[in-house]
Design a protein around this ligand. Structure first.
Ligand SMILES: *[C@@H]1O[C@H](CO)[C@@H](O)[C@H](O)[C@H]1NC(C)=O
Ligand SMILES: *[C@@H]1O[C@H](CO)[C@@H](O)[C@H](O)[C@H]1NC(C)=O
Ligand SMILES: *[C@@H]1O[C@H](CO)[C@@H](O)[C@H](O)[C@H]1NC(C)=O
Ligand SMILES: *[C@@H]1O[C@H](CO)[C@@H](O)[C@H](O)[C@H]1NC(C)=O
Ligand SMILES: *[C@@H]1O[C@H](CO)[C@@H](O)[C@H](O)[C@H]1NC(C)=O
Length: 416
């Protein structure tokens, strides 16, 4: 097989790199912390013999503008659809794009000059990879499904609903979510036999927040409905300075973007809205089967929740948070405690037969859309991620996989 790099392959790789969630985490730093070193990792996949990634065109939801389902700057919401085929023609995967959040006028305005706040800046076509791939070798269980990516341009995990007079910004994530699903139902998803709501990072959180809402769209229909949250298990934890950085950030988002009324009532009936933006307080109340895929050493959470710059004025954690080999014993202990909190947060969740779990011990963030991690090396007891998710979705096996603590796992693709 030829191994020369074709122009399309380069373009696809560039677009993939430009659209991964890790890249989005880099951008979060501009809105969440201050000037951090950019990371760029080589994640070249082995493409020898594989067909090209299909570039999937964008569709704007122009007719939903009058319903107020718009990006922060008022431009239409958008999605990409690669139609299913053969036995997959009545199965749908709906993937909610991730890419951080914003919590104040300055950072939200900043995002309106990017694809995270305006569809004017969205790529007109994107590559579908990993769980979105149309290649049966890369994606054995879902390659022939109808595969949809709903673009993220609201900045509150598709859950806000308000208009900010001061800035003139729209926070209409909930309307985008509802309009996009209604539209997809109208073009064929209403007769689906199987559907899966997925997403990574802010999109993974969105999949958790909206999982039962997704199920409700199919009430009374003969449809198998499940959800998959990748790197969406953002924990409400104490950071290295003893504060709760992520909690105060989430409180701003929830307040500014009018999120409270769209959060799961099973949580808001006994907890405050900010708490109900944290998956640990929601997952036990979700009725729809859901799979949580997460690294116990989630790199975004290490960098932005455990050791954000604000909590680390002396820079004592700077080396460690970008390079696990530079962590000393007490820092590793802190990370092990974080892992234990994550494992504890899914204890009751994992008791439900219909739920799935894959908590591995790799320093990573988002593993379902990178070909090398989706159907590649990270494994728990010899079973990789694609197989685990497929086994759970199709009921081939129960999957409740929790890895041993770092550094025991030698299948990892660490990104720091
Ligand atoms: C839909 O909106 C987009 C972006 O605003 C615009 O470029 C496009 O022409 C519109 N399409 C139709 C069919 O009106
Ligand atoms: C979907 O596939 C089935 C066979 O798997 C076929 O009978 C049916 O006609 C297909 N429907 C469409 C809309 O292509
Ligand atoms: C529901 O769908 C399953 C296959 O997904 C099928 O076996 C069953 O007959 C269907 N039931 C009804 C009432 O249509
Ligand atoms: C590890 O590093 C932290 C931060 O620089 C420092 O406060 C601590 O004393 C170090 N601990 C050990 C055991 O070296
Ligand atoms: C990571 O830290 C180790 C130990 O301090 C060091 O040897 C290595 O060069 C660092 N790697 C990078 C990429 O900075």
């Amino acid at each position: 097989m030829k191994t020369t790099v074709k122009p399309w392959a380069l373009l696809a790789l560039l677009l993939l790199l430009a659209s991964t969630c890790v890249q989005a985490a880099d951008e979060d730093e501009q809105t969440y912390g201050a000037g951090r070193r950019r990371r760029r990792r080589s994640r070249r996949r082995s493409t020898a013999g594989a067909p090209p990634n299909i570039m999937v065109p964008i569709t704007f939801l122009n007719s939903s503008v009058e319903k107020g389902a718009v990006c922060m700057d008022g431009t239409p919401a958008a999605y990409h659809l690669d139609p299913g085929s053969g036995a997959g023609n009545s199965s749908w995967i709906i993937n909610l794009e991730g890419g951080g959040w914003c919590n104040n006028a300055r950072t939200c305005k900043f995002r309106t000059r990017s694809r995270h706040g305006s569809s004017d800046f969205m790529e007109r076509q994107i590559a579908f990879t990993g769980i979105m791939s149309a290649n049966s070798a890369d994606n054995p269980d879902f390659y022939n499904w109808n595969r949809v990516k709903i673009r993220y341009c609201d900045s509150a995990s598709f859950a806000g609903d308000t208009f900010d007079k001061g800035t003139g910004l729209y926070f209409r994530g909930q309307r985008i979510w509802e309009e996009a699903v209604q539209h997809l139902l109208s073009i064929g998803m209403a007769s689906a036999g199987q559907v899966l709501l997925a997403g990574c990072s802010a999109g993974g959180l969105a999949a958790i927040l909206h999982c039962d809402q997704f199920g409700a769209f199919f009430a009374g229909r003969n449809t198998t409905v499940k959800c998959l949250a990748d790197a969406g298990l953002f924990l409400d934890v104490v950071d290295i300075s003893g504060g709760r950085s992520l909690r105060s950030y989430y409180a701003d988002i929830v307040y500014m973007q009018g999120v409270a009324k769209n959060l799961p009532p099973t949580c808001t009936d006994h907890l405050d809205a900010t708490s109900c933006f944290f998956p640990q307080n929601i997952i036990d109340g979700i009725k729809t089967p859901i799979f949580l895929l997460n690294s116990a050493y989630d790199v975004w959470q290490i960098e932005e929740s455990l050791a954000p710059n604000k909590a680390d004025p002396s820079g004592a954690w700077r080396a460690c948070k970008f390079n696990r080999s530079a962590c000393n014993a007490s820092q590793i202990k802190f990370l092990q405690d974080f892992r234990e909190q994550m494992v504890a947060s899914v204890k009751s969740f994992s008791g439900s037969k219909s739920n799935g779990l894959f908590i591995n011990s790799c320093f990573s963030h988002c593993q379902s859309e990178l070909p090398a991690t989706w159907n590649g090396s990270p494994a728990i007891q010899n079973k990789g991620i694609a197989k685990s998710v497929g086994d759970w979705y199709f009921g081939r096996a129960e999957v409740k996989a929790i890895d041993c603590p770092y550094p025991c796992d030698n299948t990892c693709r660490h990104i720091i």
